[in-house]
Structures are given as C-alpha cells and as structure tokens.
Design a protein around this ligand. Structure first.
Ligand code: ADP
Length: 170
C-alpha cells in the first residue's frame, strides 16, 4: 500500500490538504495534539469549532485550518480505552473511516493523521496502529481519489509500531 506513509514529526507543520485532530467530543480544544493544533491555528479555529456543537466519538467534523499550512482540519474524537469491552476497536476504526470520508467529500487528496487515542486516551499502541493502518488501507482500496495518507508520529516508539503495522499489511 504505497499510498500510506509513516513519518516522524509535528502535524501542525504538515503542508497537506487536511490534517486530522485527535479531538474530544466538545471540539473546544484540549491537551496533546488538540492543544498544539489550536495554538498553531489561532483563535479563529476555536470560534468555528464553537459553531459545530461537538461531535460523537468515532465521527468527524471538518473546519478550515486558519494559520496552519494545511487547508482543512478534520476533528475526530477517538475512544477512551476502557479495557476493550466497550466497542473501542470499532470506534477507532470508525474515526479513520469518517475522517477519510470527509476528506473525499471535500476534495482533499492528501491527509495527515496523528496517532488517535494513544495519548491521554490510553488506547494500546500496537492495537491502535493495526486498526489505523487496516482501516486506512481498506478505505484507500475503494477510494482512488485520496492520493496519500501519512501517519505523523510524534515520537520514535509510536513510529515503530506504525511501521510494523504497515509492514505486516504488505
Ligand atoms: P488522544 O486524546 O486521542 O489520546 P493525544 O493528543 O493525547 O490524543 O495523543 C495522540 C498522539 O498525538 C500521541 O501519540 C501524542 O504523542 C501525539 N501528538 C502530540 N502532539 C502532536 C503533534 N504536534 N503532532 C503529532 N502528534 C502529536
């Protein structure tokens, strides 16, 4: 699946059609990558997010990206890990599918994702990486309009798990 790439970096620097924000259901900002995106995008992003009235876990909503180099931000609340018996795996897969669906609808050809739910939401990284890569690959198989999807990993440990998951897919 040559349209999927794993890179190390800060997603606020990504110069792509859409970056994904690992948001919370309020869509009003938080810590981690969410905080970094809001800081870099400026207060206009929060103002637009206020008009959206939140988002359910596993779904996604799109906004402009304001001061970021990307064109759009796609916000998706990932599942909080509660041991795996609460639909967490299906909800995480749904995050990736929902974001890519919005990317297609909005003409985005390049999309960068952070590692959704593996920070303060504590989703086990190995499982999350498999679900992410599997969901993205399945979507790309039936959606040629998306040319490139990158996982932007903030640290080497995260990058390692995503590289493994991509290798196992091949
Ligand atoms: P969640 O609440 O979905 O777990 P977090 O923001 O806590 O979201 O963490 C998700 C992932 O995003 C973690 O791997 C974290 O290290 C990473 N992260 C934090 N800041 C950035 C950034 N600027 N760019 C890319 N990834 C980031």
């Amino acid at each position: 699946m040559s349209r999927i790439e794993i890179i190390r970096g800060d997603i606020t620097q990504s110069c792509v059609d859409a970056i994904v924000n690992a948001a919370n259901c309020s869509l009003l900002g938080g810590g981690g990558v969410d905080g970094a995106i809001h800081r870099a995008a400026g207060p206009e992003l929060l103002a637009e997010c206020r008009t959206l009235h939140g988002c359910e876990t596993g779904k996604a909503k799109i906004t402009k990206a304001y001061r970021l180099p990307a064109n759009y931000v796609i916000h998706t609340p990932g599942p909080v890990w509660h041991g795996g018996g609460h639909g967490e795996e299906e909800l995480l897969a749904s995050c990736y599918r929902s974001c890519l669906g919005l990317a297609s609808e909005n003409g985005c050809k390049s999309v960068d994702f952070p590692s959704i739910s593996t920070g303060v939401y504590h989703f086990p990284l190995e499982k999350a990486a498999k679900i992410a890569i599997g969901s993205i690959a399945a979507y790309l198989n039936t959606h040629p309009e998306i040319e490139r999807v990158r996982m932007v990993c903030f640290d080497a440990r995260t990058e390692g798990f995503y590289l493994d998951a991509l290798e196992k897919l091949a």
